[in-house]
Design a protein around this ligand. Structure first.
Ligand code: 6PG
Length: 238
């Protein structure tokens, strides 16, 4: 999956698995395999975590896995502007499912300081993401409208910013912070996890070429899309 730094558009690889559990299993296996390869080559592994509920089953599997955890460096693709320990914070959900359960030093986990408000947090996180380039692997989910991270259809996606404030997200809470596709440019790989019938229309629209936030983000590096059968209609490629 490690690809050269490239701004060229990349066609995603779609892999259909039986159900959400199999997607979680394959996602955890893939992440661990990429991490082992990257750590062997570079001595560190820079991973961006996805928010929402879909990746949590994979995170719970990673919590039970053996890995060179001290070499991992974790970032977040987006965060909701909520108090640090709010259960709907992506950083809190990842900590509960995984990060609190493995020997990862706190200074290797970089939550977005979204509790400081969207604008201040985006400014603070921009420098960190710039120093983390190129990222090794980016995990993304997808909403029913084709959004990813906190990039929503119909909202501007600046081409010159790595991290942006989001003030009117249609998915609550309205205030968020999000990495942009530019932050994913040149990454070694992108892994998208999509499960459930509710995502079927957005996944098909993406395959049919709709200019959705997920399409823009996933085109920035070699991309593997793991979906379950419930999320796929009649199989048409990208
Ligand atoms: C968030 C996520 C968001 C998520 C999608 C899918 O903060 O909500 O970053 O982009 O990945 O909305 O969410 P589910 O996995 O819960 O369906």
């Amino acid at each position: 999956m490690a690809g050269a730094r490239s701004m060229k558009r990349v066609t995603p690889e779609l892999r259909v698995l039986g159900d959400a559990e199999q997607v979680a299993e394959e996602a955890a296996r893939h992440i661990l395999a990429v991490a082992a390869h990257i750590v062997a080559m570079h001595g560190r592994f820079r991973l961006v975590l996805a928010g929402g509920a879909t990746p949590l089953a994979a995170y719970r599997r990673l919590a039970r896995a053996a890995a060179d955890w001290p070499a991992w460096e974790l970032y977040f693709g987006d965060e909701r502007c909520l108090p640090v320990d709010h259960p709907q914070r992506n950083s809190r959900a990842a900590a509960t499912a995984w990060l609190d359960l493995v020997p990862l030093a706190a200074n290797r986990i970089h939550p977005i300081p979204a509790e400081r408000g969207a604008e201040l947090a985006a400014l603070a996180y921009q420098g960190l993401v710039a120093r983390a380039q190129p990222l090794d692997l980016v995990l993304l989910g997808m909403g029913e409208d084709g959004h990813t991270a906190s990039l929503f259809p119909g909202q501007p996606i600046p081409a010159d910013r790595l991290v942006i404030p989001v003030l009117e997200a249609p998915k609550p809470p309205p205030e968020r912070v999000s990495l942009t596709p530019l932050a994913f440019a040149g990454a070694g790989g992108i892994l998208v996890l999509i499960t459930g019938a509710a995502k079927r229309l957005a996944l098909q629209a993406w395959r049919d070429g709709a200019d959705l936030p997920i399409a823009r983000a996933a085109a920035m590096a070699p991309c593997l899309v793991l979906v379950d059968r419930a999320a796929t209609g009649p199989l048409r490629g990208f």
